[in-house]
Design a protein around this ligand. Structure first.
Ligand code: GLU
Length: 505
């Protein structure tokens, strides 16, 4: 039997982390078992459903690379079928008309509470009515809801995550399946859609556990085979409370905006509630499909750790092919104002490769190749890229203080010596390394003593990729210009950035 799973988001909010994790687990199973992944947008709550949320959810799924095989179906399109299913239950005696007024319903609840159990008074009233009395009420046009008649006994299922799970039916209300305005309720619509779409495994969050016995009973009453169920534990914030906005960003789109890679997000979400059973942590999408199984979904809640997400992102960044990163990096550079605005139009135009964008003073693939192993996010990569893209150098006061200001005379002497050596040097990594090592040797100092002041001069920073690679990236002209500007500063005793973040023009 082909596995048929579904992701059924309600477009009442953006795609959040929990929803994305549910979508991912369904997708992984479908891909692993050659199954079918159905996407169904549950838009029956007209008040709260928004088109923009549907768009954001679809965008989020596409961004994560969770492609669906069927859909998107919209629950609202099935209203007639939902109604027909509800009426079939009435027909077969498994549902009844509830003509209760709001006052009667409130009184029923009070009496239930006093008795400490469900008295099912609406059901009793329906049973006590004769056919003629019911006809008369219908003739009068009295509004009614349809309620499902919960049978006695217990509802038991073998949850694919939690194992055997039971609910006593007396705890379950005779749920409304069709409201008095004729609209179906959530549980009925879900069951009707799952039957229609041939879903044979319902994999969703633990927050739906209490709906499951109702859905099983409805499904049985409709004479259909009950699907399997798997309930995935909640995601908690670092304080052990259910993950919410209080803990920071919970919408998947926020992570996209921050420069998290979809590969890293998918990897991170997979580890929220699933464990591979060994100590591997970094997985590609294909490796996840290979390794994933419901047996290893954890029964306990898992904690959302954003530092781990950043770490994973760094791991994926470093592993990704540079050419795949060029486009997302270019977008970030534009977003950060590091490339001129016309670069954005050119990039969107799609006919120019990112490395040929206007306003790029360095070879983009080289820059990305150097930085991808040092940054955890694209945003961080963009920050690290500043010295190579901006004409004006920004000095980190701490770098100036440590490598120039402590002993300005020595720093000046080193930069002057470097100028002399570099002016003569062919601008290639090996030659530059040989020249600078040679200078350190002649001066009788460690290589660091020469490189640190040089790095401040050409990048303004304490750290950077290897200095020889940086010099090649910047090119001869820019490197020497920056070196000479550094020398001027030190000569005039007018250090940049001491305690301030100054720029050098
Ligand atoms: N639409 C429901 C939700 O977003 C999910 C229903 C289901 O998975 O059965 O919570």
């Amino acid at each position: 039997m082909t596995l048929r799973v579904r992701f059924a988001p309600s477009p009442t909010g953006f795609l959040h982390v929990g929803g994305a994790r549910t979508a991912l687990f369904n997708w992984l199973l479908a891909r692993k078992e050659d199954g079918v992944f159905v996407l169904r947008v549950e838009d029956t709550d007209r008040e709260r459903s928004r088109e923009e949320h549907t768009e954001a959810i679809l965008h989020g799924l596409r961004w994560l690379g969770l492609d669906w095989d069927e859909g998107p179906f919209f629950q609202r399109e099935g209203l007639e079928r939902h109604e027909a299913h509800a009426l079939a239950l009435l027909e077969s005696g498994r549902a009844y008309r509830d003509f209760s007024t709001p006052e009667e319903a409130a009184r029923d609840r009070e009496l239930d509470q006093e008795a400490g159990k469900r008295l099912r008074r609406a059901r009793e009233r329906a049973r006590a009515r004769t056919r003629e009395e019911e006809e008369a009420l219908l003739q009068e046009g009295r509004p009614f809801a349809l309620r499902f008649m919960v049978p006695p006994g217990e509802t038991v299922w073998k949850d694919r995550v939690h194992g055997e799970t039971r609910f006593r039916n007396e705890e379950i209300d005779d749920l409304v399946i069709l409201r008095s305005d004729g609209t179906p309720t959530y549980n009925l619509a879900v069951v009707s859609d799952d039957l229609e779409m041939g879903i044979n495994l319902v994999l969703r969050g633990d927050d739906h556990l209490s709906n499951t016995p109702k859905q099983i009973l409805l499904c049985e009453a409709l004479g259909h085979e009950v699907p399997d169920f798997a309930h995935v534990p909640l995601i908690l914030g670092p304080d052990g409370k259910r993950l919410s906005k209080r803990h920071g960003a919970t919408a998947v789109g926020d992570y996209e905006g921050r420069g998290i890679l979809p590969e890293a997000m998918v990897n991170f979400l997979a580890l929220l509630g699933w464990s591979p059973g060994d100590d591997r942590e970094v997985f590609s999408r294909e490796e996840l499909v290979e390794a994933f199984s419901l047996e290893r979904v954890l029964k306990k809640s898992s904690v959302f750790d954003s530092r781990k997400l950043e770490w994973l992102n760094g791991q994926h960044l470093a592993r990704m092919a540079t050419d795949v990163l060029l486009d997302p990096v270019a977008r970030h550079l534009i977003q950060e104002g590091l490339l001129p605005s016309e670069a954005s139009e050119v990039l969107e135009g799609g006919s120019v490769p990112p490395e040929d964008l206007p306003g790029l003073p360095v070879h983009l693939p080289t820059l990305v190749g150097l930085l991808k192993v040092r940054a955890r996010t694209l945003a961080e990569l963009a920050t690290q890229a500043r010295p190579y893209l901006l004409e004006e150098l920004e000095f980190d006061p701490a770098a100036v203080k440590k490598h120039w200001a402590k002993d300005p005379e020595t720093a000046l002497a080193r930069l002057e010596a470097l100028e002399e050596v570099l002016e003569e040097c062919p601008w290639e990594e090996e030659a530059l390394e040989e020249a600078i090592r040679g200078l350190a040797g002649r001066l009788g100092v460690g290589l660091g003593k020469v490189i640190h002041p040089l790095r401040v001069a050409v990048t303004g920073r304490m750290s950077s990729p290897g200095i020889f690679e940086v010099l090649v990236l910047l090119g001869r002209e820019r490197s020497l210009r920056r070196l000479r500007a550094g020398i001027r500063f030190l000569r005039t005793d007018n250090l940049p950035g001491e305690g301030r973040n100054e720029t050098l023009s």
